[in-house]
Design a protein around this ligand. Structure first.
Ligand SMILES: [Mg+2]
Length: 310
């Protein structure tokens, strides 16, 4: 039996470790990764690492932004978009919650949106700077909302939508964040991945029966009845599908992360998105000790994690 505390810590560490494990493999194709002898948090010696100057065990933008969200939720006691956007901007400009205050791997749309926010645009609107922007930048950081939230499914969905607005305002991004939060909640409550996904979709359909624009996006872009097949891309729907696919096909935290990375492309984000849920499901103890040992920035998260599990 995995305690709730171990599931919550598993979610947060699962995201951070997945992100860090994926960083060196980012931008490589699945063909290139398939040639490797093994995938690990430290890549094989002959492998041409992305972000070469970044030490193993360092989370990237995914982890830092998720920590900004958790920090803001705990500080405000609710989702306060202005506060959250300020923390994201502080990450972007000063390296808040970035290991060594080193900001790398910033998404184009995220950078544009945060600059617009800095220049006076409201955080409800800044994510529409690219009207059709459908990158995975708000999905990759949303997990803490599901871990922290005490409200109804409908309230969780509303907040999942809202947190996306700062950088990714399109309905498609909002729906992906909503479904991911509901799935995380179902896993936290003990369901397995397939059951949890079915229950999340059922709950979301029920909520969206009042919101045709969101319902249409769910049915036509996400297509929850189709078997999830993903390619580890930066497109938000592909990212969600990739995560669900590797979560369904693998039965340990380590296998989920390796499968996510083996898809290639946006490896750190796929591994962060899948890793968060794998961490909830299998608990913090399931994360390989040798990976936890390598993780950097532990002092940055101690306080905020303590408050999450309190
Ligand atoms: Mg990243």
């Amino acid at each position: 039996m995995i305690s709730r505390k171990d599931k919550l810590l598993g979610g947060m560490w699962g995201l951070l470790v997945g992100d860090a494990a994926g960083v060196p493999y980012e931008f490589h194709s699945d063909d290139e990764i398939a040639l490797l002898d093994y995938i690990d948090i430290i890549p094989p010696k002959n492998f041409e690492r992305s972000h070469n100057s970044v030490k193993a065990g360092t989370w990237s933008d995914d982890g830092a932004q998720a920590l900004c969200l958790l920090d803001s939720l705990i500080y405000c006691g609710k989702l306060e978009l202005q506060d959250f956007a300020e923390r994201l901007l502080k990450w972007y400009e000063e390296g808040y919650f970035a290991v060594d205050e080193n900001v790398f791997d910033v998404g184009i749309q995220t950078a544009e949106s945060l600059r617009a926010f800095r220049n006076g645009m409201s955080p409800e609107k800044s994510g529409m700077i690219r009207i059709n922007g459908k990158g995975n930048g708000s999905l990759m950081r949303v997990l803490p909302l599901a871990l922290w939230h005490k409200g109804s499914d409908e309230e969780l969905v509303e907040d999942a939508h809202k947190q996306s607005l700062v950088t990714h305002g399109h309905t498609c991004n909002q729906v992906c964040c909503a479904i991911y939060c509901l799935l995380s909640r179902k896993i936290l409550n003990g369901l397995d991945i397939s059951e949890g996904y079915a229950e999340a979709v059922k709950s979301l359909r029920n909520i969206y029966s009042k919101y045709p624009k969101f319902e249409e996006e769910l049915e036509w872009s996400i297509r929850p009845d189709e078997n999830a097949v993903g390619h580890g891309d930066g497109y938000v729907v592909d990212c969600l599908r990739s995560a669900i696919m590797v979560l369904k096909e693998n039965d340990t935290y380590e296998k989920v992360i390796k499968a996510a990375i083996s898809l290639g492309n946006d490896t750190d984000t796929t591994a962060a998105v899948a890793g968060g849920i794998a961490g909830i499901k299998y608990g913090v103890q399931s994360i390989p000790q040798k990976w936890m040992k390598i993780m950097r920035g532990k002092d940055l998260v101690e306080d905020v994690f303590e408050k999450l599990i309190k």
